[in-house]
Design a protein around this ligand. Structure first.
Ligand code: ZN
Length: 200
C-alpha cells in the first residue's frame, strides 16, 4: 500500500497543478507495486479528477459530506464503505491522550482503555525511540486535543458526515465495524471485508 504522507491542510493550500503532479506520481508508484493507494486528504477529489483515473484506492475520511459523495459517484464506483464506530466517551478519552514529541514529531498516546470488551493499550515511547531522540522524547499535547474541541469535532461529524453513511446504505456497500482494540482489530476488519490472506 502506498501512503501519501502529506496532510490535507497543506495540500488544500497548494495549487491544483502541484497536487495533480503528486497524485500522478503516487499512482505510478502504486501501479508499479501492484498495490493500492491510500488517500488521506479530503481534497483528494480534485487531484483524482485532474489525474483522470479510477485507480483502486482506499480513501480515509473522504467523502465528508453528502455533496462530496455525490460528486465522487460521478467518476468512481465505491465498492465498500467502512463505518467505524466507538462510543463517544472512549473516543474522547483516547483523543485527549494523544501526545507528540516536540523534537522528532512521533505520535504517542498515554490513555489506556480497559473496560467492557474494549482493550486499547497506551502507545508509549520505546527504548529505540528514545535512542533516536536525544535520550528522551519531549512530549506535548496539541492545542486542539482538548475536550471542548474534540466534542465539537464530534458534533460536526454527526451533522455533516454521518449522513454520508446513510447515503451509501441504499447501495448495500456499508460495512459497520465496531472498534474494540484499535490496530489489533485489523485482522478482524480484513476478515469482515473479505480480503483474502494473500492480499494482506
Ligand atoms: Zn522524539
Amino acid at each position: 500500500m502506498v501512503q501519501p504522507s502529506t496532510g490535507c491542510d497543506s495540500l488544500a493550500r497548494c495549487k491544483p497543478s502541484w497536487y495533480y503532479t503528486q497524485v500522478k506520481k503516487r499512482l505510478a508508484e502504486a501501479d508499479a507495486q501492484k498495490g493500492y493507494i491510500l488517500v488521506s486528504a479530503s481534497c483528494a477529489f480534485r487531484g483524482f479528477v485532474r489525474a483522470g483515473t479510477a485507480f483502486p484506492c482506499a480513501q480515509d475520511g473522504y467523502p465528508r459530506t453528502v455533496q462530496q459523495a455525490k460528486d465522487l459517484a460521478e467518476f468512481q464506483d465505491v465498492q465498500c464503505v467502512v463505518n467505524l464506530s466507538l462510543p463517544d466517551d472512549i473516543l474522547v478519552a483516547k483523543l485527549m491522550g494523544r501526545r507528540m514529541c516536540k523534537d522528532c514529531g512521533r505520535n504517542y498516546n498515554v490513555t489506556e482503555i480497559k473496560e467492557a470488551g474494549y482493550e486499547m493499550p497506551p502507545l508509549l515511547p520505546k527504548a529505540s525511540d528514545c535512542e533516536q531522540c536525544k535520550g528522551e522524547p519531549n512530549l506535548f499535547t496539541r492545542a486542539d486535543d482538548n475536550e471542548e474541541t474534540i466534542r465539537s469535532r464530534l458534533q460536526v461529524y454527526k451533522q455533516h458526515t454521518a449522513p454520508v453513511v446513510d447515503f451509501y446504505r441504499g447501495s448495500g456497500v456499508v460495512l459497520d465495524f465496531e472498534v474494540k482494540k484499535g490496530l489489533q482489530d485489523m485482522p478482524r476488519l480484513l476478515d469482515d471485508m473479505g480480503v483474502p490472506q494473500e492480499a494482506r
